[in-house]
Design a protein around this ligand. Structure first.
Ligand code: NAP
Length: 253
């Protein structure tokens, strides 16, 4: 069965860079109209839109902070008006900031929880309202190996990602009977702006490579391919799955 997303409309949060940008590219490559949600990188978001359009696709960009309900109100409204009813949403926007627990301020905790997790609540609430009325839809959330095994000095990040995994399973049970699929992709280390500082240290890079059975560090395109699979009809009976894309670095179900 070939992958075909022609006629579908997708929203991708954090679409301006890294994993989100490659998710936008992949979905557009297979025919979806793409709404690129971003916060600060206007030039990058615009460039991506123009790239998709130059390749014969349809895309818009919508700016906003994913912590806020009003961002999603605008994102969904503008996407519906300009691209049509929403079939696929990808909750990808996120931050990863180091904070030892004894030094972590309440604001630091809250920022990570709000950007990584509250954004997923808003996205899914708005998506469910649209998708339930049409009895169809596809929700894909981006988790992390940190949500499975924890992560020292990033406990707030790991907690937000573990919660996304539990949220995925909850909504899979709740929304499956409404014709809505809900799944999650859990990447390990990926080469993006988020990790560029860590990977600029060759010793660290090699230690990550050695700790990964496939002996490679993922590209954002490899993560986007897993999202594409879940967005496609190839995954038509996949529900509540936490799809590990980590080269075998964390071996769990
Ligand atoms: N990289 C990894 O190793 C890795 C591993 C596991 C999981 N992940 C997860 O994968 C997802 C994408 O990560 P990445 O590596 O691609 O990150 P990235 O390159 O740092 O990009 C982050 C994206 O999130 C957006 N964003 C951040 N804060 C936002 C806010 N308050 N409101 C709206 N948008 C916001 C950014 O928008 P602007 O560009 O406009 O600022 C950007 O598009 C994240 O959820 C991350 O936790 C990454």
């Amino acid at each position: 069965m070939p992958i075909e997303l022609k006629g579908k409309t997708a929203i991708v949060t954090g679409g301006s860079r890294g994993i989100g940008r490659d998710v936008c590219r992949k979905l557009a490559q297979f025919g979806a109209r793409v709404s690129v949600s971003y916060q600060s990188r206007q030039a990058e978001a615009r460039e991506l839109k123009e790239e998709i359009q130059a390749n014969g696709g349809e895309a818009i960009t919508v700016r906003g902070d994913v912590r806020l309900e009003e961002t999603f109100e605008r994102l969904f409204q503008q996407t519906r008006e300009e691209l049509g009813p929403i079939d696929i949403v990808v909750g990808n926007a996120g931050i990863w900031k180091r904070a030892p627990i004894d030094e972590m301020e309440g604001e630091q905790w809250q920022e990570t929880i709000d950007v990584n997790l509250k954004s997923i609540f808003w996205l899914c609430r708005f998506a469910a309202r649209d998708m339930k009325s049409r009895r169809s839809g596809n929700i894909i959330l981006v988790g992390s190996t940190a949500g499975q095994r924890g992560e020292a000095f990033h406990s707030h990040y790991a907690a937000s990602k573990g919660a996304i995994h539990a949220f995925t399973k909850s909504l899979a049970a709740e929304l499956g009977p409404e014709g809505i699929r809900v799944n999650c992709v859990a990447p390990g280390w990926v080469e993006t702006d988020m990790t560029s500082e860590c990977f600029s240290n060759p010793k660290f890079r090699e230690s990550v490579r050695q700790a990964t059975p496939l002996r490679q560090i993922a590209s954002s395109e490899q993560i986007a391919s897993a999202v594409l699979f879940l967005a496609s009809d190839l995954a038509s009976h996949v529900q509540g799955e936490i799809l590990n894309v980590n080269g075998g670095s964390v071996l769990c179900g």
